[in-house]
Write a protein that binds this ligand. Sequence first.
Ligand code: ADP
Length: 218
Amino acid sequence: MKKEFAVIGLGRFGGSICRELSDEGLEVMAIDIDEDRVNEFASIASHAVVGDTTDEAVLKSLGIRNFDHVIVAIGDSIQASILTTLILKELGVKHITVKAQNDYHEKVLSKIGADKIVHPERDMGRRIAHNLISNNVLDYLELSDEHSIAEIVASKKLVGYTLIDLDVRAKYGLNIVAIKRGKDIIVSPPADEEIHRDDILILIGADSDINRFEKRLL
Ligand code: ADP
């Protein structure tokens, strides 16, 4: 039977992934070069092992190719992160997610075939910045360099208008893909849907258009 997850690097990011997956009842092998870190996770992960993952023999001896998904969360050494990813790739691991420290790191990771590259600090910084700029923006998820999905609280200015009245597609180039209303969610809301107080609009579009729409709400 295939094992589930292996997390390499048990800093704040890798540690948090490891905890969350374990809380969800999934099998997780936690790996770090630092023995103290590994001991912290002995009672959390299914297995916690000390090892330097830049050493191919170490990864082989852990049977790393039997894992469905390996997460590389080495934050302190870009070199170790790249080398580890390269070995995982060579050993044939199917799904590799890697935390990137910067754009240069990301470029190299994508060249060597990391399946998913995440930038937790950068992305969270952007989300928080949008929330600081506008109290109406609850969340912001980047789809590409220029496009995002945003969760925006409908301000008083929008209440009582229908989606046709607002005409966000023509005026802003945005699509409202869903409206959250209390516990309900209206997916693909019809054009005559009227906006209520405290509705949360989930919209998708270019960042510049989302920014223009945010200003319209103020
Ligand atoms: P974060 O920014 O998420 O807190 P850190 O940089 O603090 O991440 O943590 C990265 C972890 O990766 C550390 O616990 C470190 O011991 C571990 N690590 C670094 N190099 C290696 C390696 N070659 N093999 C395994 N683990 C490593």
